[in-house]
Design a protein around this ligand. Structure first.
Ligand code: ATP
Length: 602
């Protein structure tokens, strides 16, 4: 399959803001794809070589390396490439521009080649993929030069458009504004199936390349047979939020299950014989950080093959008391993991069971999944089920909530026990409801926002950023809509680190998926998520979040926002959504303007 077809499609996608049109453009490409190469096409569009959970591919070619590769491929001095880059600000455009002028010059020669019927060599998808995979696989001394030469040879065989996208891929900046949701729409259209079927398959088997291959090779029927597989993470089920206990019980139904909400790291634990994998909330393989958890699984889990879920929680090595989530970060940073295991011990609290020895439990009700969990786990202090009770009324729920808070928890997760309480992989729904301490205070709950731009600092903050422009995610349009500027809550160290931290995401223009009426001093790719708390939500004419939802031309913003912490465990599309912001606003509004009881003078 020719790579030119992919490059032409990417060129169209780049200029197509409408998600619907993007999906039909993708569908046209998918229909033309060779079933043996369609997975590689999908990964290329996703800007990766394989799904993240297989380990993030590192191409390891920085800007200078790209510059050199272009100079070798086009046989021109590096400083000329650099000069052009300074004016265009994008190596993709640089190589495209240089290639076009070279192609024009050699137009006469091409005419000769055609007249002589000498076949032009066309770059194939497989060649592009295998060269990029080779680049990613090279490591160690001397590998930098080989990587650059491989890229140069790829660029010299590519035409202008192909070269543009190959360079952008290597830079990790395809800038297409095409998310997984649009790719799924494209697949559903191309292979005549429903979007729900593609999405369910993706939630159980989060590899769009493999799903596309099944669709192209075997048709939609193949997706119906997808089951959880030990070693391949499922997208996690997530909880809705609510603050009123009666509302929680009304939504969850009674009796329901109330569990402690532990402040740790979510762990999806897979076991197959003696092999154990631990996947994070973002489906990263974090097994190497928790050798002690691996040992506990081998010791306490009786099933041969299983997928269970729980929270890994840091505990004080002296007292055994729970420690906050941040303590687990030491495990990621420490070089000697065995030392870290001693210094920062953890325990595991389990809350779900998705698969046991060939049986898919995702479509079974929670009570049945928990029965399995109890059956296959030999509980111990460091590895047992989450603290829980079955509640029937508000009084029981409130008492257990207070117990959770007193025990140092964030609050509770209340779960439906109804017959349809299935495991909704990848879905944030009302079958699980989080009830957190913050809702009890005057403050609103924290929200997770994506940093899309920044403003230069003044005075004490000169040289760094004075504030970050933060946005909520709108899954319907796949865009990030601004909701506030965050300038407080940062420590001096946080502030000093900002420019370096965001350097790699800097853009000279607003990213196509960012919807902002405010002009930031600097734009960023929407990559970094931060947790923010504010005093209240308010209507705002300058922010685009929920614009027009409450009043025409007016959006919703956060008043007095403060930075709480970075959320490296969340991807931008997992940030708080515009719909959630709207719901928080409406709830707050109801509290202020609609008294639940009639006033005395009524
Ligand atoms: P938050 O930012 O509040 O941690 P989140 O967006 O990461 O939430 P949610 O689905 O909204 O995820 O909240 C549930 C999270 O709480 C889970 O991802 C899990 O990490 C954690 N958790 C702690 N205890 C439990 C429990 N008993 N049941 C389910 N999840 C739990």
């Amino acid at each position: 399959m020719e790579f030119a077809l992919v490059a032409q499609t990417l060129d169209i996608l780049e200029k197509t803001p409408s998600k619907i049109q993007q999906a039909s453009t993708l569908a046209m490409l998918f229909k033309k794809c060779d079933p043996s190469s369609i997975d590689k096409v999908i990964y290329f569009i996703q800007g990766t070589l394989w799904p993240d959970w297989k380990g993030m591919p590192e191409l390891g070619i920085a800007e200078k390396g790209i510059q050199k590769a272009i100079s070798i491929a086009l046989n021109i001095p590096e400083n000329e490439v650099e000069k052009l880059y300074k004016s265009l600000g994008d190596y993709g455009l640089v190589v495209e521009r240089l290639k076009i002028s070279r192609e024009r010059k050699s137009a006469g020669l091409t005419a000769f080649i055609k007249s002589e019927k000498i076949a032009e060599k066309k770059l194939t998808v497989d060649e592009v993929y295998s060269t990029l995979a080779k680049i990613a696989s090279l490591q160690g001394e001397g590998s930098r030069d080989i990587k650059i030469r491989l890229l140069a040879s790829l660029l010299s065989s590519a035409n202008a458009k192909e070269a543009k996208f190959i360079v952008r891929f290597v830079e990790g900046r395809l800038r297409l504004g095409v998310g997984d949701a649009t790719i799924m729409d494209g697949l559903a259209i191309a292979f005549g199936t429903s979007r729900d079927i593609v999405e369910r398959a993706y939630n159980i088997y989060p590899d769009l390349g493999a799903i596309a291959k099944m669709l192209a090779g075997q048709g939609p029927q193949a997706l119906r047979n997808i089951k959880p597989i030990p070693g391949i993470p499922l997208r996690p089920m997530l909880a809705e939020r609510a603050s009123d206990p009666s509302e929680i019980l009304a939504k969850a139904g009674t009796p329901c299950l109330a569990e402690f909400k532990y402040d740790g790291e979510r762990a999806q634990i897979h076991k197959k014989g003696k092999t154990v994998w631990i996947f994070s909330r973002r489906l990263e393989d974090i097994t190497s950080q928790y050798p002690d958890v691996v040992d506990a699984v081998l010791k306490h889990v009786k099933a041969d093959e299983t997928i269970i879920e729980g929270e890994i929680v840091a505990v004080d090595p002296e007292t055994g008391d729970y420690r906050p989530f941040q303590e687990l970060m030491h495990r990621k940073r420490k070089k000697d993991i065995h030392e870290a295991v001693k210094e920062y011990p953890v325990i595991v609290r389990l809350f779900d069971c998705l698969y046991v020895d060939g049986v898919d439990l995702t479509l079974k009700p929670l009570s049945e999944r928990r029965e399995w969990l109890k059956k296959i786990v030999e509980e111990s202090e460091e590895f047992r089920l989450a603290e829980h009770i079955v509640v029937k009324d508000v009084k029981e729920l409130e008492e257990f909530f207070l117990k959770a808070i007193e025990s140092g928890m964030e609050g509770l997760v209340v779960k439906s026990l109804g017959p349809d309480s299935v495991y909704q992989a990848g879905v944030r729904g009302w079958l699980w409801i989080k009830y957190k301490r913050d809702y009890k205070s005057e403050m609103i709950d924290t929200v997770d926002l994506v940093v899309v731009g920044a403003f230069h600092g003044k005075g004490k903050r000169a040289g760094s950023y004075g504030a970050l422009l933060a946005a909520a995610y709108d899954p319907d349009t796949g865009t990030f809509k601004t909701v506030c500027k965050v300038g407080s809550g940062f420590t001096d160290e946080d502030l000093a680190a900002l420019p370096k931290m965001f350097e790699q995401y800097k853009l000279s223009y607003k990213h196509p998926s960012v919807d902002s009426d405010i002009e930031a001093d600097v734009w960023f790719e929407p990559r970094i998520v931060m947790e923010v708390i504010g005093a209240e939500l308010t209507l705002s004419p300058i922010h685009t979040c929920c614009k027009g939802w409450v009043k025409p031309g007016v959006g919703i913003s956060i008043r007095f926002p403060r930075f709480v912490r970075w959320r490296p465990d969340k991807s931008p599309t997992e940030a708080t959504t515009t719909k959630e912001i709207y719901e928080i606003y409406m709830k707050q509004l109801k509290k202020v303007t609609i008294p639940s009881e009639k006033p005395e003078s009524y």
